[in-house]
Design a protein around this ligand. Structure first.
Ligand code: ZN
Length: 108
């Protein structure tokens, strides 16, 4: 069984920014992982089975841009903050896998 995942901070970030990182739309926003989700969820602490989504692991995208992204037709490379870039490099295990994952569909 998969561990429960807390998206609270990721959702709060999307709400705070209030616009799609790609097109600027303010409607139907989703937190979308920059690189592979399974690599970015972290335990709350060493004794907890609950995972949490680091806010730097996601960017807000509208439903339309999220679909483009899931089809591998939207690169996130130019859309990330410095913190998000650093987080993606760490989570992907290097700059080259991070760039590949950001340009193509996340995590592959
Ligand atoms: Zn959009």
């Amino acid at each position: 069984m998969a561990a429960p995942v807390d998206h609270g901070q990721a959702l709060a970030k999307v709400e705070r920014e209030g616009a799609c990182r790609n097109c600027g739309s303010a409607s139907d926003l989703w937190p979308v992982y920059t690189v592979g989700a399974e690599k970015q969820n972290e335990p709350w602490h060493e004794l907890s089975a609950l995972l949490w989504v680091h806010p730097d692991a996601v960017v807000p995208l509208c439903a339309e841009c999220r679909q483009l992204r899931s089809r591998g037709r939207l690169s996130l490379l130019d859309l990330l903050t410095e913190e998000e870039q650093n987080n993606a490099v760490r989570a992907a295990g290097g700059i080259l896998p991070a760039v590949k994952a950001l340009v193509m569909k996340g995590g592959n």
